[in-house]
Design a protein around this ligand. Sequence first.
Ligand SMILES: [Zn+2]
Length: 278
Amino acid sequence: MAFAGSPAPDVAAPALAAAHAAGAAAAGAAHTKPSGARFELGRAEVEPRRAFFDAGRPIRLRYRFSARRRLDLVIRVVRVADRKTVRRWVEHGLAPGRAHVRRWDGRRGDRGVPADGRYELRVGPRGHRGALAGRFDFHDHRFPVAGPHGYGDRFGDPRSGGRVHEGQDLPSPCGTPLVAARGGRVQARGYSDALYGHWVLIDGTATGRDYFYAHLQAPSPLEDGERVRTGEPVGAVGMTGNARSEFCQLHFELWPHGYRHGAAADPAPDLRAWDAFS
Ligand SMILES: [Zn+2]
């Protein structure tokens, strides 16, 4: 890397001075060079390699660097596909040779959630493009059935009494663990003998969407108002409610504007997308 360091004693002074002046001018114009610091990223590690938004474990970067003195370092989360920076921090006065940690909650600077995809963390002094510290996959949801499953009755299928099916059925062996597709807060839970059996409704984090899980084997272990993280247990596949005459399955609904606000949306496209990676 380029730097305008102090002269090595065996270099002819006039030549060095000229080179130094030219370098300093260029650096001044760009306002960027970490003059003389000789930054170099050492061992760096990102965990987990596959991260889910609002999961219990934040994305964590551990790193060391070498330099001649303490430095302010810029850390960026960059989307690999389009090189867009989705989050950026400036860490002040970091000591070289020490282990440093930066955690990321999976949110952009404006608190929104970045798109699914491959991301990397880059670390460097201001103006430096940043050395690659590690890459990871980031997903904003996870598939709710943690085991073998199929696709059953679809959204919009006709039901008795002029009702329509407001969700997607996912047949799966009874007892298969169910996990939160998206973290959030339990908005309600209950039992409906005629329709849903044991059900739980979760208000998703950083989204207006609500997620509804029905025909659970037993009451959800979650309490009303409880905070749940993406991928954490919400219950198990069962055949309670009107599934008792059919088979073991999860009935899953997605409410884009909150439960019973507006209309439910077809969750199948999202489910299939999440199914592809989780
Ligand atoms: Zn159903």
